[in-house]
Design a protein around this ligand. Structure first.
Ligand code: C2E
Ligand code: CA
Ligand code: CA
Ligand code: CA
Length: 273
């Protein structure tokens, strides 16, 4: 093992150097992207299964890179997190999402993804409050999506930040629920308003009865804890139908609508399943 370790080092060394140069270049370009406004938001509708109406939209960031074209979050969020530039990006994302929210019907909510790094760096409550004040969006229309690992790494700070924002009406959703290791009983210590069930569970429903039982149980458990349940990755009418049967609150996914520019979102969809 020792040998292979050394070989790996020798083998990877030139790549590492190249990686560092590329990374430094990307970091420089990321700063330019911030100052030149190259980040854009697309929106994906969230469908209220009971009322058959679009209840909210989720903002998803894209980077219109001058040389590389349209970049997806997976291609730049890790770098943004490592360099701390995620804070500046997120400020712009939040401000844009709040301003876009003002153009929508007042009963629609807007959800924004917040990285775990932002919770750990602190100052989130202050930043969000300042942006809400600046834009004038009603705080109860803003939902922040965070993954359960946020609560694990720094529970005290997380609770404090959430409490400060809950006081003014901001809502919180647990993103990618089911992919982490925390039980709902643990997460109940934090003032969450809803759960977003990870798409892997919705996909698995097609394959196995076991997965169907798990989904039905998570929905039931969420209800017992008074949490609204959004199922992610709904790609077919069959999935929507089943989720309706299980009394899931909301559906999101390509079947409902793909992430698109705000003026391309269809708010008049209705699914008779
Ligand atoms: P997420 O929050 O879980 O967002 C859902 C992802 O699933 C999105 O990918 C969306 O396009 C995709 N998706 C939606 N419906 C379906 C479906 O029916 N089938 C399949 N296969 N996929 C579907 P996207 O836009 O590439 O975003 C990836 C991740 O990047 C997000 O996952 C989120 O964690 C992160 N992200 C996006 N925008 C932001 C942001 O503004 N800030 C931060 N910190 N993270 C962001
Ligand atoms: Ca999300
Ligand atoms: Ca998710
Ligand atoms: Ca995710």
């Amino acid at each position: 093992a020792k040998n292979s370790g050394r070989n790996n080092w020798v083998f990877y060394k030139p790549d590492m150097g190249e990686y560092l140069i590329q990374r430094r270049e990307m970091e420089k370009e990321f700063r330019e992207a911030l100052s030149e406004g190259q980040f854009q938001l697309v929106y994906q509708p969230r469908y209220d299964i009971k009322t058959s109406r679009i209840a909210a939209v989720e903002a998803l960031v894209r980077w219109q890179h001058p040389r590389l074209g349209l970049l997806m979050p997976d291609q730049f969020i890790p770098l943004a997190e490592e360099t701390g530039l995620i804070i500046d990006m997120s400020d712009r994302v939040l401000e844009k999402a709040c301003l876009d929210g003002l153009r929508l019907a007042p009963d629609l909510k807007i959800s924004v993804n917040i990285s775990a790094v932002e919770f750990n760096t602190g100052g989130l409550a202050k930043r969000v409050k300042a942006i809400l004040q600046k834009t004038g969006l009603e705080p109860s229309r803003l939902e922040l999506e965070i993954t359960e690992n946020v609560t694990l790494s720094n529970p005290d700070t997380t609770l404090e930040t959430m409490t400060q924002l809950k006081e003014i009406g901001v809502r919180f959703l647990i993103d990618d629920f089911g992919t982490g290791y925390s039980a709902l009983s643990y997460l109940k210590r934090f003032p969450f308003d809803g759960i977003k069930l990870d798409k892997s569970f919705v996909f698995a429903m097609e394959e196995s009865d076991n997965a169907k039982i798990i989904v039905e149980n998570i929905i039931g458990l969420g209800k017992a804890y008074s949490l609204a349940i959004t199922a992610e990755g709904v790609e077919t009418a069959e999935q929507l139908k089943r989720l309706k049967e299980y009394q899931c609150d909301e559906a999101q996914g390509y079947f409902i609508g793909r992430p698109v520019a705000l003026d391309k979102v269809d708010f008049n969809v209705e699914f008779g399943v």
